[in-house]
Design a protein around this ligand. Structure first.
Ligand code: NAD
Ligand code: MG
Length: 369
């Protein structure tokens, strides 16, 4: 007897339109293929699939061939890597669109991780003043974070994500079976963002993770599907309240100010974003404990969960003054005073500058080496 596979969906509500996130575990099979699931959301007859040279050999052919039965389908394969998340790649997408004389009816499909998703979304936001796009996120991080909420963009030589637009997709298709080919470190990096949602929004979800993280790490697709669904729901709720990040959406940056210091200091790519966020969340938790908001037991509980996800829990050695300088370049500095996202308790986060700087210095001086 066939066991039923995980298949679920939710709706993201935004100012421009509402759209579904479909979470499934078998869209690489013929019966419920990626193409079948996205086709109803393609309006015109033109499709440009944007992907990269790592993901293309894995998942492009089936999607392209099947969509080509119904639509005019072209492909733009970009080089893989954060260093290519730039204007040159956007120009390559525009070139592909222009070469085919595609018009306002075109739908762009992002097939890949957050880098491909952010660039495809930005190209869709700007081509002919905005065309439709669909996200097929293939990393755990992009399934729980970057594909939801409509932030799109590219890097500038002087800073990450400096150029971009808010532009919502027509739908998101998260297929858990694509995670089977994902490198283990990338899986863990996604787990870090999953743990983040539990820490800032829902203590019961942390308990659920404590019971299910081992299965997730062993690629139990149904359990991964459940985790992705919950995270997308948290993010959708936040985005519905604060699409443009003027308030509550900032809480999603928990661990990111500390993490940013690690990423910048170590050079992007040496520590994955999720790894830096994991160590950063521990630093934020420790500061929350020094202030008296978390207990030592709770800090240890957070550390154990991160370790279940094979994530680092301590930053590398970084000189305190250097760390402070790097924090000063973070977007969350208002009027020269560092504002941090800290935990009042597990499941409840606040943005605050109401802490003794000496406690911050103590946290910054603790590291792995
Ligand atoms: P990524 O897109 O670089 O993907 C990580 C690696 O996995 C890449 O080498 C990629 O080619 C490979 N890969 C992707 N899917 C695969 C699969 N199924 N099997 C094997 N390999 C696969 O990184 P990411 O972590 O997905 O995304 C990071 C990017 O997302 C950053 O640029 C970040 O700024 C952005 N981001 C955006 C938002 C947002 O709200 N828009 C939120 C978080 C992060
Ligand atoms: Mg992040």
């Amino acid at each position: 007897m066939a066991t039923s596979l995980f298949h679920d969906s939710l709706t993201v509500r935004t100012q421009s339109h509402d759209y579904p996130i479909i979470i499934t575990e078998d869209a690489t099979s013929k019966d419920s293929s990626m193409a079948k699931q996205v086709a109803p959301y393609i309006k015109g007859c033109q499709v440009l699939i944007v992907t990269n040279d790592t993901v293309a050999p894995l998942y492009l052919q089936a999607l392209e061939d099947e969509l080509a039965e119904q639509f005019t389908v072209k492909v733009c394969v970009l080089p893989d890597g954060e260093q290519y998340k730039n204007q040159t790649s956007i120009d390559q997408i525009y070139d592909a669109l222009m070469a085919e004389h595609f018009n306002r009816d075109v739908t762009l499909i992002a097939l890949g991780g957050g880098v491909v998703g952010d660039m495809t979304g930005f190209a869709a936001a700007s081509f002919m003043r905005g065309v439709n796009f669909i996200q097929i996120p293939t990393t755990l991080l992009s399934q729980v974070d970057s594909s939801v909420g409509g932030k799109t963009g590219i890097n500038h030589a002087q800073g990450k994500n400096m150029i971009g637009a808010f532009w919502q997709p027509q739908m998101v298709l998260a297929d858990m079976s694509t995670l089977k080919t994902l490198p283990a470190r990338e899986l863990s990096a996604g787990v870090a963002e999953i743990i983040k949602y539990a820490l800032i929004m829902d203590e019961a979800f942390l308990t659920w993770l404590e019971e299910n993280l081992t299965a997730m790490m062993a690629l139990d697709l149904a359990v991964l599907g459940e985790a992705v669904k919950r995270c997308c729901q948290y993010k959708a709720d936040v985005v519905a309240q604060d699409e443009r990040e003027s308030g509550v959406r900032a809480l999603l940056n928990f661990g990111h100010t500390f993490g940013h210091v690690i990423e910048t200091h170590q050079g992007y790519g040496n520590w994955l974003h999720g790894e830096a966020v994991a160590a950063g969340m521990m630093q934020a938790a420790k500061l929350s404990q020094k202030i008296g908001w978390l207990t030592l037991d709770e800090v240890e509980r957070i550390e154990r969960v991160l370790m279940l996800g094979n994530l680092p829990t301590k930053p590398p050695a970084i000189d305190v003054q250097t760390a402070l300088d790097l924090m000063g370049h973070d977007k969350k500095v208002k009027h020269g005073q560092i504002r941090l996202i800290l935990l009042k308790s597990i499941g409840s986060a606040v943005v605050t500058n109401d802490f003794d700087n000496d406690l911050l210095l103590e946290v910054l001086s603790q590291h792995s080496a």
